[in-house]
Design a protein around this ligand. Structure first.
Ligand SMILES: [Zn+2]
Length: 1089
């Protein structure tokens, strides 16, 4: 519930660079585990993405990417996340724990009774599931009913929604249908579910051609509640009769007073403005539209802010009527619940409809292939600082075929993609980055979630004169690889990595059933077989056999030739920085609005002001209690009284503490080596992320970094290295460690520990050129973060002003880190010897058997077997190194700060340490802060303020309570809302139902679903932070017994944020200027880009 909560309001947009739009997910992450867990998660998310990319259409990497980013924390762009061999943060490898499940069957009679016919059924051994495809006879709705013993049940309904223009109808509809329905006539049932259910997943996403509504829960009663709310929302939403919902979620004119200027407002409108301010998103959209100009992919399903205001309510209603129909729906059920009950629930809804013509109207037409390559030049909004001549992007893109590919070809292409780009050692990635022509890769390789697969690759931060060289280098490298083939070790490493990832099936915090649904729907949505994408075993074995028989060259060279070299459907996209674009767009918008205003009579203006007032009043009026009660919820009796316990044995090997978690992991061993950071000199802290990257990507005396990477790929499931920092409650000194995480099949424990030792002790810090690349890549990544995750940057900055752990994190992932990188870039040339010896010094300070801890998760036998390798590993670590701890005594000055970036929307934060006011931690704080986010801030910052998200966050370790907004059109106004929170709490009235929901929702966060490796990891973090089982039990009891009195008392603590809080905004220059004029020099201004 701490730092991770920051990301709750990240959403669609986070994915936008990838074309898909998510509704905001407010799911807090597992609580009582600090940002730490998240810091690792983020660090791994990029790596994870690489891992997932391997298997196109088998694992939906883009969505994973989006989802993981929802939770990505402050340090999300630490450089170590580049390492490919990701360890999923909180996940592990087991398919459902028992072999074939003993599930209830649905007889033909039962199917018949509910109006369905069985189309086909199969046992799918890859996911140990019985899958049955049903068809609803009356409407033709298709249902995949997947049964196994996974308690994390998943439901999803997917509608085919190809748009014809860029007004964003599918996206606005996706937001709007969750704003009240026939059975649940309140403002936002979605928010009520977030508040009061045990869901393990609740969201909605808009793709370029489909809209998905998935939910998940481990509690059966809760699960069916969620299913019913979603079904009612999709088929009977209020929004089609309610113009105000359309205005709120889509767009409307806003005018408070006839003497003021008219503005545009709307949740999706603002969300998309944010998306269109991000260069990577502009690139992604340009690529998609240029590759498929003639079909639905030639427009933006998310909505172009310039076009959104053209959308009428009539078109909006018609789109729902036409497409949101059972005949056009594909429905997915997964898990250990009764398959008969699934059909019963569905029949209640589906039987109300007759068959429609929607399926034929929603067919996605393929793009015909070009006979000649095409070039597109586009501008993106850039800041004025820096050398603009070097800020171009260039990306080569191919549409691979005129129809969907078969699974074998897709698998082989996915494999090829991994060989080309999957790891830092992969030739295409390596050659591009080493060329010095640009400093980060753009275009993510194979993209195969849409009808026709595509391949994209390019570089960013390229100078004008090098654009052509990048294009030539890509073509030359592809040609050379087609001629010469790939290294045998590289092929073996890719094969092992792909197989490991498929068998481990580690979906992190993403429900496994949802991952399978997205995989299946990728074909099913185009009327192909929904079973086929789930069955990877045979095509994988066939591919392996072919490679063994014919050699990898015979397999991959023809693919490169056919799909890349001889493919005339190639689009080169060139993106040029335009420092005036943002202000020009702004001016154009103002001009339109001025015209609108001048065309209005005084009566019109008065009417508009009245309508604005009316909408706001409606938004701010709470739902009546009877409407709120319509949303089904659990009672406190349904909630376990005790927290989930992770088996943990604390032992000792060669004098070193070893934690062991005996959990079923399907023969995978997960381990963490934890090294104490406290001896490290303060000035070396910012170098730590690059130190981590160097360990994995610099090579040893005997092994080049390519060889080391391949070895890790061949022998293990991956190794990653990252820093972990958190405050500890009641202590001045932070908890600060370096964590080396690794996983392998248990039979390869020896290899795993040897490789971890090699990474820690044998890597040489001698490669100046590679280090220089790390620096420029990290810099590019930080710049990206500043634009895309400004709230994370603001939060880190506030934390750095309030506590030491926050200061450390900001040194390694905030604006300070970006400044450090900017200076370091020059220093690499001037004083490489100095940097290299600093890296050595970091290693010397950290490597010590006396200040080390080991964590392992696997089943009992495998743990026992691994012990001797742990002993060997520990014997090799130096002991008796100096034990003095460095004293880090730094914080940023507690001034209000505004960080200027070129943007049209802001990120606004305010925070204070409430422990300083004498507040003592109680479990109720979690319930209260969640409630503030879901009610007060949601209504004021998002619904009426028009921001994409607004929320608060309480870090129980440090005591920092922060408010944050995301893609916010306002600045000072949001601060006023934050300041009103104490009064909101004092005046709060709450019935028992509402309170119970708030408590249950909080428990849902605390008990978030975890795969076994995540359980072992959480337990490690609790150990490091000194959180005992007694304390967990106490907090849980406090959560369960939270009363209205606690809310009122908390107002005092919140008052401190108002009075003493520090403000950090990442915002546009105009808004900062205006704010500083309004409240004389409120902000100290800092330019970061
Ligand atoms: Zn959205």
């Amino acid at each position: 519930m701490e730092r991770t909560a920051l990301l709750r309001s990240l959403s669609c947009s986070s994915l936008a660079c990838n074309k898909y739009y998510f509704r905001s997910s407010h799911k807090l992450s597992q609580s009582l585990i600090s940002r730490a867990s998240s810091s690792s998660s983020s660090s791994l998310s990029a790596a994870r993405r690489n891992q997932l990319r391997l298997i196109p259409n088998l694992i939906r990497r883009s969505l994973h990417r989006g989802h993981t980013r929802l939770r990505a924390p402050l340090s999300s762009s630490l450089p170590f996340n580049k390492h490919f061999s990701a360890l999923a943060t909180r996940a592990v490898a087991s398919p459902p724990t028992q072999p074939s499940p003993d599930v209830a069957e649905v007889s033909d009679e039962v199917a018949e009774k509910y109006g369905f016919e069985k189309v086909s059924e199969e046992f799918i051994k890859e996911c140990k599931s019985k899958a049955v495809l049903f068809k609803h006879k009356k409407t033709g709705a298709e249902v995949m009913s997947v049964s196994n013993d996974d308690e994390n049940k998943v439901f999803g309904i997917v509608i085919r929604t190809p748009p014809k223009d860029s007004t964003g109808i599918p996206h606005i509809l996706e937001h709007s249908v969750l704003c009240g329905s026939r059975k649940y006539p309140l403002k936002e049932p979605f928010v009520e579910l977030l508040k009061g259910s045990l869901n393990t997943f609740l969201n909605a996403f808009t793709y370029p051609d489909r809209t998905c509504y998935p939910v998940a829960s481990t509690n059966t009663k809760d699960f069916y509640n969620l299913v019913d709310v979603y079904l009612d929302a999709v088929f009977f939403p209020k929004c089609v009769e309610d113009f105000q919902t359309f205005q709120q979620e889509g767009w409307h004119f806003e005018l408070d007073n006839p003497s003021e200027e008219i503005t545009y407002k709307g949740v999706v409108f603002n969300e998309m403005k944010g998306v269109y301010s991000q260069p990577d998103s502009v690139l992604g959209r340009t690529i998609q539209q240029a590759l498929s100009p003639d079909n639905t992919y030639g427009v933006d399903s998310g909505g172009d802010p310039k076009v959104i205001p053209k959308l009428t309510f009539e078109e909006f209603k018609e789109f729902h009527r036409k497409y949101y129909h059972p005949s056009n729906a594909r429905i997915w059920f997964y898990g250990d619940d009764d398959p008969k009950e699934r059909l019963r629930i569905l029949s209640e809804y589906l039987d109300m409809f007759e068959a429609s013509s929607a399926p034929s109207e929603s067919i996605v037409a393929p793009q015909k292939l070009f006979s000649e390559p095409v070039r597109v030049v586009e501008k993106y909004p850039a800041s004025e600082g820096g050398d603009l001549k070097k800020k171009n992007m260039v990306c080569l893109n191919w549409l691979l075929s005129d129809k969907p590919l078969d699974l074998e070809t897709e698998l082989a292409l996915g494999f090829l993609d991994h060989l080309l780009l999957g790891t830092p050692a992969s030739p295409l990635r390596k050659i591009l980055l080493e060329s010095g022509l640009g400093d980060a890769i753009v275009g993510g390789g194979i993209e195969d979630e849409l009808l026709q697969p595509q391949f994209s690759i390019g570089l960013k931060n390229v100078s004008e004169e090098n654009i052509q060289k990048v294009e030539e280098l890509i073509m030359y490298t592809m040609k050379k690889l087609a001629e010469e083939g790939f290294d045998t070790d590289a092929v073996e490493a890719s094969m092992n990595t792909i197989e490991f990832s498929l068998r481990e099936n580690n979906t992190g915090s993403f429900p496994r059933g949802l991952s399978l649904m997205l995989r299946s729907i990728g074909k099913w949505i185009y009327d192909m077989d929904p079973f086929e994408p789930l069955k990877y075993e045979k095509p994988l074995m066939d591919l392996k056999a072919r490679i063994a028989e014919e050699g990898s060259k015979a397999v991959f060279s023809p693919l490169i030739e056919k799909y890349i070299l001889n493919n005339s459907h190639r689009v080169t996209v060139e993106m040029q920085p335009d420092p005036e674009k943002a202000s020009r767009d702004e001016a154009a918008e103002k001009e339109i609005l001025a015209k609108v205003k001048s065309s209005m009579t005084d009566e019109d203006l008065a009417e508009l002001a009245r309508a604005t007032q009316e909408l706001r009043l409606k938004q701010e009026t709470p739902d009546p209690p009877e409407a709120l009660r319509s949303v089904p919820s659990l009672s406190l009796n349904d909630i376990p009284k005790e927290p989930t316990r992770v088996p943990t044995e604390v032992g000792d090997i060669n004098g070193v503490t070893v934690l062991q978690h005996d959990l079923f992991t399907n023969d995978v061993l997960y381990t963490e080596v934890v090294l104490d950071l406290s001896p490290l000199k303060q000035e070396l802290l910012p170098l730590l992320p690059l130190f981590c990257q160097s360990l994995l990507e610099m090579g040893t005396k005997d092994l080049s970094f390519v060889q080391l990477n391949q070895l890790i790929g061949r022998k293990t499931g991956g190794i990653s290295v990252y820093p972990f920092t958190s405050s500890v409650q009641g202590k001045e000194d932070p908890c600060s460690h370096l964590i080396v995480r690794g996983k392998a099949m248990a039979g390869r424990a020896d290899d795993l520990f040897n490789l971890m030792n090699c990474v820690l002790q044998e890597v040489q810090f001698t490669d100046q050129q590679r280090f220089k690349q790390f620096v420029s890549q990290s810099k590019a990544r930080m710049e990206n973060r500043l634009r895309g995750s400004g709230h994370g940057i603001a939060a880190a900055r506030m934390d750095a002003k309030l506590n030491i752990a926050g200061w450390i994190s900001e040194q390694m992932g905030g604006v300070s880190y970006l400044e450090f990188l900017q200076a370091l870039e020059e220093k690499v040339d001037q004083d490489w010897a100095g940097i290299s010896s600093s890296l050595e010094e970091i290693r010397r300070s950290l490597l010590s058997r006396d200040r080390c801890l080991i964590n392992m998760t696997a089943d009992g036998n495998n743990l026992k077997n691994a012990e001797k390798f742990v002993g060997k590993f520990l014997d090799m670590l130096p002991s008796n190194s100096p034990v003095e701890t460095a004293k880090w005594k730094a914080r940023l000055p507690p001034t209000n700060e505004a960080i200027v970036i070129p943007t049209q929307v802001n990120y606004v934060g305010k925070a204070a340490n409430i422990y300083d006011t004498g507040y003592q931690l109680k479990g109720s704080a979690y319930v209260i802060s969640k409630h503030i986010s879901n009610t007060w801030l949601w209504d004021r910052i998002r619904v009426s303020g028009g921001a994409y998200g607004g929320f608060c966050d309480f870090d129980s370790h440090s005591g920092v309570f922060s408010f944050l907004s995301y893609r916010d059109p306002n600045l000072m106004k949001s601060l006023d809302v934050y300041d009103g929170t104490a009064d909101f709490l004092r005046e709060l009235e709450m019935d028992d139902d509402t309170l119970t929901k708030a408590i249950i929702g909080t428990i849902g966060d605390v008990d978030s679903y975890q795969l076994p490796d995540a359980k072992g990891y959480s337990s490690l973090l609790r150990h490091l932070l000194g959180i005992t089982e007694e304390e967990r039990q106490k907090r849980r009891e406090e959560i369960l017994s939270t009363s209205l009195k606690d809310f009122k008392e908390f107002a005092g603590a919140i008052e401190a944020v108002k009075d003493k809080g520090v403000v950090v905004a990442v915002a546009s220059p105009d808004d900062i200027d205006a704010a500083n004029k309004e409240r004389s020099n409120f902000f100290e201004v800092k330019k970061a880009l």
